[in-house]
Design a protein. Structure first.
Length: 296
C-alpha cells in the first residue's frame, strides 16, 4: 500500500465540504481529477470512503474512521520542516553530560539553568562520574561531553577537545571542633594527627597529586586513611570524624553537620575544572552547548 499525503489532503477536504465541486475549488483544481484521486485512494484502501448520490455526499463508516487519522498524519507532516530545523539548529534532541562532584557545587547549576532556558526542547541526560570514567565514556561515545578534572590521558588527547571552565584553590575540610575557633586560615603543620581522606589516584591523578603536593611542600607526609571516589562520601567520612581532607573550594557549598571548611595558610595549587568532548562529534545539540559555554 502506497498512501500519498496528497491523497489524504484531498480526502480531508472532500470530507469537510461533503461536496466534490466545492472541495475542488478549495484545492485549486478541477473536479474530475479530484474524483479520480479519491477513487484511487478507495481502491488502494479496499473500501469506499464516501456515499455519493446526485443530491449529497456522505462519509461511510470507513471514511469516518479514516478522517481523524488522516488529519493527524497531515498535521504531523506539516510539522516535519520545523522539527528538522530545530534538530539542525541544536534546539531539540538529547545531550548526555557527565560531571565530577566539584562541578555540581560550582559551574554546573548555572550552566544547566542557562542551557535549559536557551534550549528548552533538548533532553538533558546527566550523570555524576569520576574523570577516568568520563574519559572512557567519551572515547566510546556513551556521552557527549564531560565536566572533569584535567589533564586528559595521552590515549585521549588525539580524540578529545578540552576547554578550561574554572580554577579554584584547595581548602581544608575538617571535623567540627578540631580546629582553633578563630576562623583564620590553617597551617597544615598545625593540624591534629588525623588521617587524610582522598580520592584514589586513578580517578583524578592531578587532584590527588595536588593534595599530596601541598603536604610535601609543607614538609609533611600524611597518613592516608580512607579513599573514596565521591566528594559527598569524603565529606561524610570527615563528618564522622574519620579524618581530614583537602577539597576544591566549591565543595565547601556542600554543608554537612559536624564539618568545617577553612582556607589554608600554605600556598596551594589551583585545581582546574574543564569540559571535554569528542572532536568528531558533529551533534548540533553539542555545538549549541559549547557556544553557550563560551559565552559564560
Amino acid at each position: 500500500m502506497n498512501l500519498e499525503l496528497r491523497q489524504l489532503r484531498y480526502f480531508v477536504t472532500v470530507a469537510e465540504e461533503l461536496h466534490f465541486g466545492r472541495a475542488a475549488t478549495r484545492l485549486h483544481m478541477t473536479q474530475p481529477p479530484l474524483s479520480q484521486a479519491i477513487a484511487a485512494l478507495e481502491d488502494n484502501l479496499g473500501a469506499p470512503l464516501f456515499l455519493r448520490t446526485r443530491r449529497q455526499v456522505a462519509l461511510t463508516p470507513a471514511g469516518a474512521a479514516l478522517l481523524p487519522e488522516a488529519r493527524r498524519l497531515l498535521d504531523q507532516a506539516a510539522g516535519i520542516p520545523e522539527l528538522v530545523r530545530r534538530a539542525a539548529a541544536g534546539e531539540s534532541g538529547r545531550l548526555a553530560l557527565s560531571f565530577v562532584t566539584p562541578a555540581d557545587y560550582s559551574v554546573l547549576p548555572p550552566l544547566l539553568r542557562d542551557y535549559s532556558a536557551a534550549f528548552p526542547k533538548v533532553e538533558l541526560v546527566l550523570r555524576e562520574a569520576t574523570t577516568d570514567v568520563q574519559v572512557d565514556d567519551l572515547l566510546h561515545g556513551r556521552i557527549d561531553a564531560g565536566l572533569l578534572i584535567p589533564p586528559l590521558p595521552d590515549k585521549a588527547r588525539d580524540l578529545l577537545d578540552y576547554a578550561s571552565v574554572l580554577e579554584e584553590p584547595l581548602v581544608l575540610c575538617a571535623p567540627g571542633g578540631v580546629l582553633p575557633d578563630d576562623g583564620k586560615p590553617v597551617d597544615l603543620r598545625t593540624l591534629p594527627p588525623l588521617p587524610l581522606i582522598v580520592f584514589p589516584r586513578k580517578s583524578a591523578p592531578s587532584l590527588y597529586d595536588a593534595i599530596l603536593g601541598c603536604f610535601r611542600d609543607a614538609g609533611l607526609t600524611p597518613a592516608i586513611g580512607q579513599e573514596a571516589i565521591q566528594m559527598q562520601t569524603i565529606v561524610s567520612l570527615v563528618s564522622a570524624g574519620m579524618g581530614l581532607a583537602l577539597v576544591p573550594q566549591s565543595v565547601s557549598n556542600l554543608l554537612r553537620p559536624g564539618v568545617e571548611y577553612r582556607a589554608l595558610a600554605n600556598p596551594t595549587p589551583l585545581v582546574e575544572l574543564g569540559l571535554a568532548w569528542r572532536r568528531d562529534n558533529a551533534s548540533p545539540v553539542l555545538r549549541g552547548f559549547l557556544e553557550l559555554l563560551r559565552k559564560t
